[in-house]
Ligand binder design. Structure first.
Ligand code: FAD
Ligand code: DLZ
Ligand code: SF4
Length: 513
């Protein structure tokens, strides 16, 4: 393919599938060539869940077809093309030689790894900001400058004022910034709860499923049934479905967990936001509109908008601000191997088993399942945070390092030493018992606090606090837990610690725990 005279290569990565944004928004259709490439380096930096690979490659192929229909010249490399160099930069160099293009226009990649690779490439490159985010990096950096600690809640208020979502003049709609106290209800099984939309794989998706089956069939995770949208039209339909059927109940039930309903009232849009098939602005506009129309109570509208303009933008800001190496941190010095049950081996813990199984089948778990079940257990069991990070980056359809690492390394594992959260998210089994129906089907007893029947979360919780006493005792939010522990009978405390140690020993020996 020969580029028009003076034309550039315009790089579109697999998670930059947004028309009119970043480099695409600045490209010249009459002269430039869009470069998209399925490459081994991207499909192989972690053992991605097969559904995630199918999703990304299918969405890339659908997007390239749409660009061509709209008159763009697209140089597209398929994973099994014979001359595929295996890397994004290799493909850019190859396309530059083939087309005679002298320079590359790119949107800043999400990951530091690729940002570095593009800078090191022997081609002239111009990198423009990723303007799909609502908070430009300099605004985040200015907000963070001089602050002793970075807390999402403070950043979120700035974002409410900047964007105007759910604002009445300078005041928050309804009089409060945050309605979380209305939002902690456990859920019940409900056959009438609307189920997720179905997305029948079209010819493009079926072809990619066959490719992924051949090349990545051995990875953890079921390939089929594959039920993700792969086009913008499909992603918009998921957003509309969520707003029509689930948003009103999103707030109250966002922390609830049910063994037989992995999705409850969650939006299921993170894969599409992260690929670029939806933008955060249009998602929030739609939620604001639904609230203005009177269909959505403020606690649900606020709870949802906070996730997008608060948490999502906040973790992006933290990742950008920290620089490369965010995921390498290990502030608590944890080193245990990630237990085999994270990869589907059996466990007696009903909660962990249910979350891992739905992850295998759907490449999905909602926030509280990630944070308070699998994340909580890994932290309590002192698992090496890099192995935890690799797991989360692999197994979810929405996982990209810029969003996954702050959530895992920071929020979930406290491995950044408290940059992202003021205290570690650890809990005993009581929290899981309150928010889910897992415990009724478990071999362990959540009410038992010591002995072989005791819920491991109960044992490990105190073991963790005891082990990290020096670090956390002085933390105002943790001090009450140490007071509770200290008030317990000394024999009981010794027994809990011994039982936790023997549970961990059985775990390390590969026993069924
Ligand atoms: P909903 O619960 O319906 O929430 C709506 C939207 O808000 C999400 O689609 C997402 O875009 C945004 N959101 C909510 N919470 C967060 C958050 N903490 N950080 C960023 N965005 C948020 N999210 C990812 O997109 N990719 C990841 O790789 C990822 N890894 C995570 C790892 C751990 C250990 C934890 C605790 C959380 C992680 N999250 C990640 C955040 C959250 O779990 C997912 O965004 C959410 O479960 C996606 O499902 P949903 O679309 O149904 O979200
Ligand atoms: C996740 C992913 C996968 C599995 N494959 C590709 C690919 O073949 N080509 C591509 O351009 N992007 C892919 N991606 C998304 C990238 O890994 C993503 O762009 C970087 O992690 C930066 O966020
Ligand atoms: Fe999980 Fe403990 Fe409940 Fe079992 S008893 S499901 S391990 S919280």
């Amino acid at each position: 393919m020969v580029s028009a005279r003076g034309g550039r290569l315009v790089l579109v990565l697999g998670d930059q599938l947004t028309e009119g944004a970043g480099a695409l928004g600045r490209a010249d259709q009459s002269r430039d060539t869009v470069v998209m490439a399925e490459v081994a380096e991207e499909t192989g930096y972690v053992p991605h869940h097969p559904q995630k690979i199918v999703l990304v490659l299918s969405a890339m192929r659908q997007f390239a077809a749409r660009l061509r229909d709209k008159g763009w010249r697209v140089a597209y490399t398929r994973l099994d093309d014979r001359d595929n160099t295996g890397t994004i930069t290799g493909e850019l160099i190859r396309r530059a030689e083939a087309t005679g293009a002298h320079s590359v226009l790119a949107t800043q990649p999400g990951e530091w790894r690729l940002r570095q690779a593009l800078q090191d490439m022997p081609l002239r490159i111009s990198i423009v900001p990723d303007d799909r985010f609502l908070c430009p990096p300099d605004v985040f950096a200015n907000w963070a400058k001089g602050r002793k600690s970075l807390r999402m809640e403070h950043f979120y208020r700035l974002m409410r004022k900047r964007t105007g979502y759910l604002m009445q003049g300078d005041a928050p709609a309804g009089g409060q910034w945050n309605y979380d106290h209305d939002n902690r209800k456990p859920a019940r099984d409900d056959l009438l709860r609307e189920k997720p939309m179905r997305h029948a794989p079209d010819a493009i998706v079926q072809e990619v499923i066959a490719l992924v089956q051949r090349r990545f069939g051995g990875h953890f995770g079921a390939i089929e049934p594959f039920n993700h949208a792969t086009t913008r039209r499909g992603a918009l339909a998921v957003l509309r479905h969520f707003i029509a059927h689930h948003l009103a109940e999103f707030g109250p039930y966002q922390d609830a967990m049910l063994a037989r309903d992995p999705f409850l009232h969650h939006a299921l849009i993170a894969p599409y936001l992260n690929l670029g098939l939806l933008t955060p602005a249009e998602v929030c506009d739609a939620v604001q509109q639904a609230h203005d129309d009177g269909a959505i109570p403020i606690n649900s509208a606020e709870g949802f908008i906070r996730q997008i303009i608060g948490w999502r933008e906040f973790v992006r800001g933290i990742y950008d601000l920290h620089g490369p190496g965010y995921a390498d941190q290990n502030a608590l010095g944890h080193g245990r191997r990630l237990p085999a049950f994270y990869w589907g081996e059996p466990t007696k813990m009903a909660c962990v088993s249910a979350v891992v199984e739905q992850t295998r089948v759907h490449a999905y778990a909602h926030h509280i399942q990630r944070l308070m079940v699998t994340g909580n257990l890994a932290l309590l069991a002192c698992v090496d945070p890099q192995q935890v990070h690799e797991w989360y980056l692999s197994v979810y359809a929405d996982a990209y390092e810029w969003v996954e690492a702050p959530n895992t390394i920071g929020m979930s594992q406290f491995a950044d030493g408290g940059v992202l959260g003021s205290k570690p998210y650890v809990s005993s089994g009581a929290y899981i018992a309150r928010m889910s129906d897992y415990c009724s089907g478990c071999a362990y007893d959540v009410k038992v606090r010591a002995g072989t029947d005791a819920c491991p979360f109960n044992l490990l919780y105190w073991h963790f606090l005891d082990r990290h006493r020096d670090r956390f005792e002085g933390n105002a939010r943790m001090a009450p837990m140490y007071r509770t522990w200290d008030r317990m009978d000394a024999d009981h405390r010794a027994r809990v610690l011994a039982d936790a140690a023997s549970w961990l020993k059985r775990l390390d020996a590969g026993g069924l725990v």
